[in-house]
Write a protein that binds this ligand. Sequence first.
Ligand SMILES: [Zn+2]
Length: 90
Amino acid sequence: MSLQGTKGEEYIDAFPRFKKWINECICCHRKGYDPNMPENISVVEGNVGAKKIRQYFEPLSVNEYKLCEVCAKLVPTQAKKPDLKNIPKK
Ligand SMILES: [Zn+2]
């Protein structure tokens, strides 16, 4: 169980406008912040929002199919669209 994850969920629930910086893998449902997130993501809070997100989440990059690096390897690269039914469930 990850307390860090729970806090992060609460944080982005409280500030839904920061959700655009949170990537979620459609396969394993891991969540993390966009590694390209700038220092200042909010005009109102300055860099506080980005700092909190970096504190609560791990960096997670997803590809164009919203798959994390780990899951992207499970999806056949020759397929134009990943067939998610063929990905083994954990
Ligand atoms: Zn994944």
